[in-house]
Design a protein around this ligand. Sequence first.
Ligand code: SF4
Length: 381
Amino acid sequence: MKKDFTPTLLDFGPLEIYLARHFGFCYGVENAIEISFRTIEENPGKRIFLLSEMIHNPQVNDDLRSRGIQFLQDTYGNQLIPFDVLTADDIVIIPAFGTTLQTEKLLNRIGIQTEKFNTTCPFVEKVWNRSEQIAKNNYSVIVHGKPRHEETRATFSHASANAPTVIVNDMKEAQMLAKYITGEKSPDDFYKDFEGQHSEGFDVNINLQRIGVINQTTMLASDTQAIADFLKQTMRTHYELNDSNIEERFADTRDTLCYATYDNQAAVDGMLKTSADVAIVVGGYNSSNTSHLVELCEEKLPTYFINSEEKILSSREILHYDFHKKQEILTSDFLQFNSPVKILISSGASCPDALVEGVIRKLIGYFPVDVSIEKMIEKFS
Ligand code: SF4
């Protein structure tokens, strides 16, 4: 069925809010949160650890911490609590991103039953299965993802167990990889260019002759498509192939983005067809899928990436995250437009809806609105 991606208009009179048709929590995140809270409830008195952040949302992670859960690693895999304090009696929850085979083995050696408290999203497991299929057919695996992101590290580990694997972060790195495919760059430089991003024993002369592409589930759909198309074309030209025999060198697979990434990005595209003054995107600053929604909005209009309504300091000032520079910046007069002010709103897959509601409540507080939020909720109930 064709999905409807037109935004929902919340017409408050002098303020018009266009809410993306799909936004917020995805299946994987809801499932992970549910398992975590159930684990806390069913295991009083036990020490419960989370391998790393459950999801990239500070409010959810703080909530879990306040219920006694401790985090073993930060979002980049740096150790916060050494593994050697763990005992077989402890519970370790694997987050929605999954984890590396090495970490899983290490925990199992201590006697921890990782499979019992594993919240790895099925859509991430699907990517691992795809990498297995690619490997089975003797292709090397190219992972399009952020090399330091938990999910990409986990996927890299699973893919490397079956096939030579390289991570490319973006088109620039894909273009660099292409130069090793065509022989334009000396193989010796590969290990420096892709340091920490290739599997052990990767042989540039052999392992780039047959490739297949998978990707982190939350990448920007257009980037992922462009990278796969580019690498396919590189193989086609270099080996003088055509549509009928390209599979000799390039695995024919669809991208491995998850449904939530597709729907949230398509809903932002739909929302951007509305002429508006500004966009506000709500989510954790280290959330990959949220930053891609911001990227899409930024191309069209002033966009503010915030992680809660508290970042809206007043009707004049907003403190928002610049994910290119990785810092918060203050912008003044962010609502100075002719009436009605039109605002587009969306949120990432790890953002609770309550945060979006908080943002809407704060915004309407700055306008002499004709309709209360309660009346608006009634209208949609
Ligand atoms: S964003 Fe997609 S892959 Fe990640 S947890 Fe949600 S549904 Fe799963």
